[in-house]
Design a protein around this ligand. Sequence first.
Ligand code: FAD
Ligand code: UDP
Length: 377
Amino acid sequence: MVGAGFFGATVAERLAAAGKKVLVIDRRPHLAGNAYSYKDQATGIEIHQYGSHIFHTESDEVWGYITKFAEFNNYIHTVLTRHNGNLYPIPINLDTINLLYGKNFTVEEAKAFITEEIKKDIKKYQINEPQNLEEKGITLIGEPLYQAFIKNYTEKQWGTDAKNLSAEILKRIPVHFDHDNRYFTSAKYQGIPKAGYTKIVENMFQSENIEVRLNTSFKDLPADLKMLTTIYTGPVDELLNYELGILPYRSLHFETEWTKESLGCAVINEADKNIPYTRTHDYKYYQIHQPEVLASKKSYLCKEYPADYEVGKEAYYPVNNTESEVLYQKYLELLKERYPNIILGGRLGAYRYWDMDIAIKNALDLAALILKNKNIS
Ligand code: FAD
Ligand code: UDP
């Protein structure tokens, strides 16, 4: 198992529980992949090393599985976004609309008003069927809301004009015509693990059938180990030495500091172009089950800056579009020739913009498939 993130951990745990011996390697010095978190001993604040991770899912199966290894608090994620120096609820809701337009609309008035705005803008830009993120944004909420809260944030995050991006990305953030300010509206379950994310993976690796080697890269494994049935959760272009070119990814860098100033909530987004980072995290606000941590006089603030990807940097986000899908499929063909023993998985291996729950669901499905297949030993 290459990678000790949630995908690798789930497959390893399921196979080990069925009696298989699993060697898990990760080139990082820690477990849990991008969800890795650790406790600051002085304040008790659980720091999410790679940006905020909030567990949320619609799936009974995934929730039933993950709660075997962790207890979650009742945190419900909400976010504010800053535009022209003022804070607004995001995802866009009735309050966002009223604040931006300086109105006091009721639910029905807001719906009627925004419907008219959309009609006007569809005509202005002659949009029939939205072809990209920009057109989708305008047809969902009208141009002023799109320009204020979506366009600049999106262009910072993805490093390209919103017209070059898939409309699919916007499915992640809903629009509400009431006062609902939950970020993950459709989540049946959500929360933060009380003992942190890394502890979940430690609990998943309790079986004697699992051996873990950290600071270990796949390329450094002896040849005989490389020939074993392998599940690989890293980038496939790197595995195949970029022979067909580099798949597009977005990277990030994080700037952190201890301050006496608190953010006042877990996350504030920055909607404007002139602010180079997309969001600030104040992790202590996730620990609603520990009032003493919430009351800490210090905060660990983390600013998240989007960054261009280049070989050697962390590939945090796959950039999914028609061209990248064609290249990814070519890599799958090449992989079959070179490493018929390797199964790709996880957010990077599958090259999919997956949240933790979707990574776990896919891992559960893969483990079940492997256990059914008598040819895989
Ligand atoms: P990863 O966590 O990326 O794990 C892959 C592991 O494989 C890594 O540890 C890597 O070191 C290792 N690896 C790769 N190649 C090799 C190699 N060649 N040799 C050895 N080891 C290797 N999801 C949510 O549900 N909620 C959130 O709030 C949320 N916030 C996020 C915020 C950010 C900034 C990012 C980037 C992602 C966020 N996600 C969130 C998504 C979440 O991080 C992923 O869904 C999850 O980490 C996927 O798990 P994974 O095991 O597929 O991949
Ligand atoms: N987005 C936006 N404005 C915001 C928040 C999100 O335009 O204030 C868009 C942006 O394109 C982003 C996408 O919605 O990439 C998904 O947002 P999400 O918060 O799910 O991103 P992630 O946490 O995965 O980085």
